[in-house]
Design a protein around this ligand. Structure first.
Ligand code: OAD
Length: 253
């Protein structure tokens, strides 16, 4: 099958799908100007994850960790969703059942209009009290206090994100596996598919019989398991896919 035929087949499959589940990674925000983690310009190439994104790093030097998050918030806060985010936001209303699971903490899916976003790794705009575990949202750029403290009890606040060595929220994970193993199609966009447990979600979908569609300029460990794998940028391919899909759906009306 050539790329054009594959594209047509994917539209055919999507046009009759009842449950579509999408997993996104840093690549979907790349065209918005947010650096990914791996790859040539990746964030983990410039910074040692264990010095900044671990519970130990935070205990040892909360100020340094918060300065790094403050810097990242400054970069992310100036960025806008791209057409890839826009399409996924619009798809919430297009399929009988639609789920969007993201590894991203940038909030760009919500800024694009997605209402139900399952955030596997947390959200950079949220802070959590290390004593009481209360969560609040804060969009200050720069932060007024580094490190920030809980307005209720005065304890340290930490970024509400998952760090290396930490477990994901059990209920979020359980819901994500359920939505993956019960979908007709799983679309996997802009992830290197190497970080667990997120990388297992498409595999559980494939095992349960879903079609797996990958969009990524580079091959990943998931590529061999995907029914379709497009070597493309999501901000370019998703709008094409959306336009073609809507044509097909209109023909059927
Ligand atoms: P990575 O940086 O590992 O991978 C980004 C992927 O996006 C790569 O496979 C790129 O080829 C692809 N990509 C780049 N530009 C793209 C574009 N325009 N369109 C589509 N794809 C593009 O990011 P993730 O897979 O999201 O976790 O990383 C997973 C987790 O690793 C992150 O959530 C983070 C990190 O450690 C935590 O911080 C807990």
């Amino acid at each position: 099958m050539d790329a054009h035929q594959e594209f047509k087949s994917v539209c055919d499959i999507l046009s009759v799908s009842r449950q579509v589940t999408v997993l996104t990674g840093a690549g979907i925000s790349a065209e918005s100007g947010i650096p990914t983690f791996r790859g040539k310009e990746g964030l983990w190439k410039k910074y040692r994850a264990e010095e900044l994104a671990t519970p130990t790093a935070f205990i040892e030097d909360p100020k340094l960790v918060w300065e790094w998050y403050d810097w990242r918030r400054g970069i992310i806060g100036a960025k806008k969703p791209n057409p890839g985010h826009d399409v996924l936001a619009a798809w919430e209303g297009l399929f009988p059942h639609f789920a969007l699971i993201t590894q991203n903490i940038d909030g760009l899916h919500q800024n694009a209009g997605s209402k139900n976003v399952i955030e596997l790794h947390g959200n950079i705009w949220k802070q959590r009290c290390i004593e009481e575990q209360t969560i609040n949202e804060n969009h200050d750029i720069p932060l007024r206090e580094i490190p920030p403290h809980c307005p209720l009890c005065g304890a340290l606040l930490r970024p509400h994100v998952v760090w290396f060595g930490e477990s994901l929220d059990g209920s979020v994970l359980q819901r994500s596996f359920l939505l993956s193993s019960n979908c007709d199609v799983m679309l996997v966009v802009g992830t290197s598919a190497v970080v667990q447990p997120a990388a297992s979600l498409p595999l559980s979908a494939a095992e349960a019989g879903a079609k797996i569609i990958e969009i990524n300029p580079d091959p990943t460990p998931l590529t061999a398991h995907a029914d379709f794998s497009f070597r493309a940028k999501s901000g370019e391919l998703l709008p094409f896919l959306d336009a073609e899909l809507r044509k097909q759906l209109q023909k059927r009306e």
